[in-house]
Design a protein around this ligand. Structure first.
Ligand code: C2E
Ligand code: MG
Ligand code: MG
Length: 629
C-alpha cells in the first residue's frame, strides 16, 4: 500500500503536536489558531491514509464507506486550506473580529464540502497506484487553488499588519503545498500532497511557532519575543493589563559580579513564577517583566517582593520598578518598551525606585516623542533655521556681533521655538546633530554674506553641555569651520551652566583645546537658576552673559542692583566682557550704559531675525556707524 509517505507526514505533525502542547507557553489566541491547524493536519493525514486503505480494500468494504472516506479526505483538504487563510490573517484583526471572520469562512467551507458530496467521485486502483478522480476531485482542486490564491493575496494585501515572518513562512508553506499538488497531478501514484502539507507546517513551526523561541534558555522563563506577542495581543484585543518592569541594571553597574547577578535574577524569577499571579518574562536588558490582568494581584506581588527582598544584602534598593497600565492609549509593545526606557533613564540614581506611570506622564512622554520625531524630520528635510539677534557694542556704538538662535520651521510654515524642542533634543542626544547644523549654517552665513564687511566681528553660537561633554567636540567643530573656511575667532561659543553637567573636566579640556586655536567662550544665562561662581573661576570664559531675569530684577530690586555692580567689578578683575540680555526699553538700556556694560542684546534693538533681514538690519545701522539711541 502506498501510504509510507503519508505516515511520515503524520509522524512529523504528531511530533510537533507533542512539542507544542508540552512546551511552556502563553495562552495566546494566535497560538491556539496554530494548535487547531496542527489538529486539522493530523485529521487530514489520517483521512489521506484512510482513503488509500479504503480504496485498497474496496472489494471487501461497502462502496458507500469507501466513497465516504474519500469524500471526507477531500473535505479535509479544503478545511486545511481555509484554516491556513484564517491563520494568515491572525495578526491583522482583534480576537473578536477574527472569530467572526473565522465563522464566515467555516460557512464557506461547509458549503464547499456539501458541493463535494453533491458531485460524483470515482476511484482508481491498480497495483500500487490508487487515487480518486472525477468532478468532486476537480472541484476540490479548484477550491484549493482559490484558497492558496487568497492566502497569497492576503499575505500581500494586509501589508505591515501581517508580520514579515508570518508572511514568509505562510508563503513557503503554500509553495511546498503547490509543489506537492503538482507532483501528484503529474504522477497519480505519488501521493505526496499530505506529506507536502506536513512539511509546510513544519516550516511555519520552525520559523514562527516554535515554543523554544519564546523561552529564555538561561532562566527557563518566557522571553522578550513572548512578551512582545503577548502585550501586542492584549492591546489589539483591548484587554486590560498591568505591566511591571523590574530593572536590575543599576545594581549590575555598581557590582559587576555576573554570577551573583545571575543568581539574583534566577531567584526573583523563581519567586514570581511560584506566586502564580502574573506572567513572568525576562528581557535582554536585565529586566524582569510581569504582566497581569488584575491590579490587586500585581500590587500584592510588588509589595510582597519589596518586603521579601529589601534587605541591604539582597539589595533590592537598586531596582527600578516601573508600573504601566494599558489604559493610557498605548498602541503597541514597542511604545511601552520605549516608555519604560524613557522613565528609567529619566530617573536619577538617588530618586525613588518605584515609578507609577500615570496618564499625565504618558501624555508628557508622548508629546516629547512627537517632538523627537519632529526634530528628526526637520533635520532630514532641512527645516532647521538659524535666526540672528543683533548684539550692540556700547563702546563702538554699532552692532559687532549677534547670537545664533535655532528655530524649526513647521510644515505649515509656522516656527517652533527652541524652548520647546531644545530640552527634548538634549534628552535624546539629537542636540549634537542640531548644534552641528546651527554651526554649519552660521559658518555658511559668515563665509557667504557681507556680514563681516558690515562690521560683524563674531557670532555667538549656543553650545549645549551635552555637546560640550563630547570628547570628539574639538574635531567636529574644526571640521566645520575648516570646511567653510571660517576663522575660529569669528565664533564665540555660549555654554549655560546646567544640572546636566556630568564632567567638568572634559568640558574644560575641550574649551582649552578650542581656545588654543582661537575660539572664545561665553557663560550664558549668568544670574539665573543654578548660577555657580565656581564655573567662572574654573572655566576659561571670555564673556559673561547676564541673564534676562537679572537685568529685569536690576530695575526693581536694590539687592539685584548691587549684585550687578559687583558682577561688573568682578568681570573687570577677571578680564571678562559682559553682555546684558533681555533689554526691552530705553530705561533699561540707559541704566546699563551707566554701568559701562560692553554689549547689549534685547528686543529694544531687535528680536532674532532671519539671516537676510539681519543683514538688512545691520546694513541700515552700521553703515551710518552711529546709532541714535
Ligand atoms: P539663550 O541662549 O539665553 O537665548 C536668549 C533668548 O532670549 C532667546 O530666546 C531670545 O530670543 C530671547 N531674548 C532676547 N532678547 C530678549 C528680550 O529683550 N526679551 C525677551 N523676552 N526675550 C529676549 P530663544 O531664541 O527662544 O532661545 C531660548 C533658548 O533656547 C536660548 O536661550 C538657548 O538656551 C536655547 N537655544 C537657542 N538656540 C540654540 C542652539 O542653537 N543651541 C542650543 N544648544 N540652545 C539653543
Ligand atoms: Mg545663548
Ligand atoms: Mg541667555
Amino acid at each position: 500500500m502506498n501510504i509510507a509517505v503519508q505516515i511520515c507526514g503524520l509522524m512529523n505533525i504528531l511530533v510537533l503536536l507533542v512539542f507544542y502542547s508540552g512546551a511552556k507557553q502563553l495562552d495566546l489566541y494566535k497560538r491556539r489558531v496554530f494548535f487547531y491547524i496542527l489538529l486539522i493536519s493530523v485529521a487530514n493525514l489520517c483521512f489521506d491514509i484512510g482513503s488509500v486503505i479504503a480504496i485498497h480494500y474496496k472489494d471487501t468494504l461497502p462502496t458507500w464507506l469507501v466513497l465516504l472516506i474519500c469524500r471526507l479526505y477531500l473535505c479535509m483538504l479544503d478545511l486545511e486550506g481555509i484554516a491556513a487563510i484564517v491563520y494568515t490573517i491572525a495578526d491583522v484583526f482583534s480576537k473578536q473580529i477574527h472569530r467572526i471572520i473565522t465563522g464566515a469562512f467555516a460557512v464557506v467551507c461547509m458549503a464547499e464540502c456539501i458541493a463535494v458530496f453533491f458531485y460524483p467521485v470515482h476511484i482508481f486502483s491498480s497495483g500500487r497506484e490508487v487515487y480518486t478522480y472525477g468532478p468532486a476531485v476537480n472541484l476540490m482542486y479548484v477550491f484549493s487553488a482559490i484558497n492558496i490564491c487568497i492566502i497569497w493575496i492576503s499575505s500581500f494585501a494586509f501589508g505591515e499588519k501581517v508580520r514579515l515572518r508570518r508572511k514568509q513562512s505562510v508563503r513557503l508553506w503554500m509553495v511546498i503545498w503547490l509543489l506537492g499538488m503538482g507532483v501528484q497531478a503529474f504522477d497519480h501514484s505519488l501521493l505526496v500532497i499530505g506529506f507536502a502539507t506536513s512539511l509546510g507546517i513544519m516550516v511555519v513551526f520552525f520559523m514562527l511557532e516554535n515554543p523554544e523561541g519564546f523561552i529564555d534558555s538561561q532562566y527557563d522563563c518566557l522571553n522578550n519575543v513572548a512578551l512582545s506577542e503577548y502585550v501586542d495581543e492584549l492591546i489589539q484585543n483591548d484587554e486590560f493589563f498591568v505591566l511591571c518592569s523590574i530593572n536590575l541594571d543599576n545594581a549590575s553597574h555598581r557590582q559587576r559580579n555576573n554570577e551573583k547577578e545571575e543568581k539574583r535574577i534566577a531567584k526573583y524569577i523563581e519567586y514570581f513564577e511560584r506566586m502564580k499571579k502574573a506572567n513572568v518574562f525576562k528581557t535582554p536588558d536585565n529586566s524582569i517583566v510581569l504582566v497581569s490582568d488584575n491590579t490587586p494581584d500585581m500590587k500584592f506581588l510588588m509589595d510582597d517582593f519589596l518586603d521579601e527582598f529589601s534587605s541591604p544584602v539582597s539589595g533590592s534598593q537598586d531596582h527600578c520598578i516601573i508600573w504601566v497600565e494599558n489604559s493610557y492609549n498605548l498602541s503597541s509593545f514597542v511604545e511601552i518598551k520605549k516608555l519604560v526606557r524613557f522613565f528609567r533613564n529619566k530617573r536619577r540614581v538617588d530618586e525613588k525606585q518605584f515609578i507609577h506611570v500615570t496618564r499625565e506622564m504618558v501624555e508628557d512622554y508622548q508629546s516629547q516623542d512627537k517632538i523627537k520625531k519632529e526634530i528628526k524630520s526637520a533635520l532630514k528635510e532641512d527645516r532647521v533655521e538659524v535666526f540672528l539677534q543683533p548684539i550692540y557694542n556700547t563702546e563702538e556704538k554699532r552692532y559687532t556681533s549677534a547670537e545664533a538662535l535655532v528655530r524649526i520651521r513647521n510644515t505649515d510654515g509656522s516656527l517652533m521655538p527652541p524652548g520647546l524642542f531644545v530640552p527634548v533634543a538634549e534628552a535624546t542626544g539629537q542636540i549634537n546633530a542640531l548644534g552641528r547644523r546651527v554651526l554649519e549654517k552660521t559658518c555658511d552665513f559668515l563665509a557667504n554674506t557681507e556680514a563681516i564687511s558690515l562690521g560683524i566681528e563674531y557670532i555667538e553660537v549656543n553650545l549645549s553641555v551635552v555637546q560640550a561633554e563630547k570628547t570628539s567636540l574639538f574635531d567636529e567643530i574644526m571640521n566645520t569651520v575648516r570646511y567653510y573656511k571660517v576663522s575660529p575667532k569669528r565664533i564665540n561659543l555660549e555654554i549655560t551652566e546646567s544640572a546636566l553637567i556630568h564632567s567638568k573636566e572634559v568640558i574644560i579640556n575641550n574649551m582649552n583645546q578650542l581656545k588654543k586655536v582661537g575660539f572664545t567662550f561665553a557663560l550664558d544665562d549668568f544670574g539665573k537658576g543654578e548660577s555657580n561662581l565656581m564655573y567662572l573661576v574654573e572655566m576659561p570664559f571670555d564673556i559673561l552673559k547676564l541673564d534676562m531675569d537679572m537685568t529685569k530684577a536690576f530695575h526693581v530690586n536694590r539687592k539685584a542692583k548691587s549684585a550687578v555692580k559687583t558682577v561688573r567689578y568682578m568681570a573687570k578683575e577677571m578680564n571678562l566682557k559682559i553682555v546684558a540680555e533681555g533689554i526691552e526699553n530705553r530705561d533699561e538700556l540707559f541704566a546699563f550704559l551707566k554701568y559701562d556694560i560692553e554689549y547689549i542684546q534685547g528686543y529694544y534693538f531687535s528680536k532674532p531675525l532671519p539671516m537676510p533681514e539681519f543683514i538688512d538690519f545691520v546694513r541700515n545701522f552700521n553703515e551710518v556707524h552711529n546709532i541714535s539711541l
